[in-house]
Ligand binder design. Structure first.
Ligand code: ZN
Length: 420
């Protein structure tokens, strides 16, 4: 099975390489913003959006007149930025994301550049176009072995600045062993609910808390941003405070990523079917949950589950957006009224069940998954390759037609108009 996998290394660049890395990241950001303003102009005038190739052509003309020094930057940095821009507009038009915005130097996410072309790896170095051979802080053995055995191929390299450190992420096509097909047993089908108090609640009653350092870091983040806002712009203290803030952002990001990797690997390895809600981070971001959801990294969690599911042969199933997981009673199936967010306990009006609201929804999600596996629509086109749903059996909760979503299809049902 071929999968796309990223290998990330911290770099240890010399002074000249630092300058060159910064120049590439700056170039990618500049080109992205340059292209974005052209796209926005086109939108305003009702013209079709320029494609990445068209932008690149126009860029080359513009560059010759306005920025001839850009010969020092590999041409793929702006080229890849235009491709990103094209994708960002496509995602927006298809309702998967908000409207593309300008990239900012101070945002961690916006200090990145993707490079293609000749990229090589040695035990302690990564060779990048234009930038040269940069030392890595850790050994690259794991990737190198795969490359030498021809089990991996490097597709691109993304360089990123996180506060005062540099990282490279090598996107590779990797040959992985095919997962052993698993026949889903009832007890390794799990419903996963995004909790209000815990990060996740599983249908077997397990609560997974976000790591303490993460919540501590987030509290500190608010204080540090306040501190920064009090410093005079351009002053030495401002510079110091903003570096401190960027370092904290990096730390939080790393803790969160590690945590999500652990959770998703454990789930993908031990469960055959994982049922989650089709909960868009966007939809929630408007409500009261905004901070905690954004912080918890639900989007990243889903993405990881999708690809790890493919690696380990677990199937990710997504209950549709209108599935009332919080309103259904997990014991009798009665549909209750809306539960305000402040209410922690679910009470069924029909059978009197009292249960933690998050656990109740996790169980409902699991029941949904079981029904989808056994029900007549369980083998609908669009179900993924892992685990052929066994036919027969009766569907739970006949009111809700279960729909099986292909893991990785990234389907979404909001149009840009609905997203404000
Ligand atoms: Zn009930």
């Amino acid at each position: 099975m071929r999968v796309v996998q990223a290998f990330r290394f911290e770099l240890d660049p010399n002074v000249a390489q630092r300058v060159s890395l910064a120049r590439h990241v700056g170039a990618a950001r500049f080109a992205y913003n340059w292209g974005l303003s052209r796209c926005l102009e086109a939108l305003e005038q009702g013209l079709p959006l320029p494609s990445a190739a068209q932008l690149h052509k126009a860029w080359n003309v513009w560059k010759r007149e306005n920025a001839p020094w850009w010969v020092e930057v590999s041409k793929c940095a702006p080229q890849e930025a235009f491709r990103d821009l094209e994708r960002a507009f496509r995602n927006w038009r298809q309702g998967r994301a908000g409207r593309p915005r300008f990239k900012r130097k101070k945002s961690l996410e916006d200090n990145k550049a993707r490079l293609t072309g000749s990229i090589r790896v040695t035990p302690r170095h990564v060779q990048l176009p234009r930038i040269g051979k940069v030392r890595t802080k850790e050994r690259t053995d794991k990737l190198l072995e795969l490359l030498q055995a021809r089990k991996a191929r490097i597709l691109s390299a993304t360089i990123a600045r996180e506060a005062d450190r540099w990282f490279v992420s090598l996107t590779c096509e990797v040959e992985r062993p095919d997962p052993i097909p698993r026949v889903p047993q009832d007890d390794d089908v799990v419903g996963v609910d995004l909790g209000l108090m815990s990060f996740l609640v599983l249908s077997d009653g397990t609560c997974i808390e976000a790591p303490k350092p993460l919540s501590r870091g987030l509290r500190l983040l608010r204080r540090r941003s306040r501190q920064l806002s009090r410093k005079r712009k351009g002053s030495r203290n401002h510079r110091k405070a903003s570096l401190r803030l960027a370092k904290l952002h990096r730390r939080i990001k790393n803790i969160r990523r590690d945590f999500l990797h652990q959770v998703t690997t454990a789930l993908a390895k031990t469960k055959s079917v994982i049922v989650v809600e089709d909960l868009s981070v966007k939809a929630l971001a408007r409500g009261r949950l905004s901070r905690s959801v954004a912080d918890a990294g639900w989007g990243m969690f889903r993405r990881m589950l999708e690809y790890k599911g493919r690696w380990y042969g677990a199937r990710l199933m997504i209950a549709p957006r209108d599935f009332p997981s919080t309103r259904l009673c997990s014991r009798c199936g009665h549909r209750n009224g809306r539960l305000p967010l402040s209410q922690r306990v679910f009470r069924c009006a029909a059978c009197g069940l009292e249960m933690d609201r998050d656990l109740n929804s996790a169980i409902n999600l699991r029941n949904y998954g079981l029904a989808a596996l056994k029900g007549p629509t369980g083998s609908s086109p669009g179900s993924d390759a892992c685990g052929d749903p066994s036919g027969g059996g009766t569907a739970f909760g006949s009111v809700y037609e279960p729909r099986v979503d292909e893991a990785g299809s990234g389907r979404s049902f909001v149009s840009p108009r609905e997203v404000k």
